[in-house]
Design a protein around this ligand. Sequence first.
Ligand SMILES: [Zn+2]
Length: 143
Amino acid sequence: MITREYYSKNKEKILQKAKEYRENNKERVKEIKKAEYQRNKSKYRARYDKYFKIWLSIIIEYFGAIKCQNVGCGYNKNFAALDFHHPDAKRTEVAMFIRQKPTVGRIEELKKCKIFCRNCHAEIHYPHMDLNLLLIKENNNGK
Ligand SMILES: [Zn+2]
């Protein structure tokens, strides 16, 4: 049995061992986490919902509204159709932590983002796929 005293004296070593175990038994750790989630699904869902609602109020407070920030768009119908465009391409990170506990670090990352709907977000990342440009080029090549 690990006593509190033993733990505080050997904290670094114990944490290192635990980290090594997790790294060497990734599949097993994944199974354990999955089973744990299944056992406490409703508890986890309630926690995610609570955090998500907090995030929504943080977004409203910081951005003024939950909507596409592209001028002339302003889409605000469905949250699932909105993306967080991160200048350092960390956008998936924001999508992930939006249901986790809001921490100072996460809120700082959120503040670096711009909110775009899926359509505007795609247009920002793929300007060369603009149909007007593609069709003009095609027509010019044909003549
Ligand atoms: Zn938009």
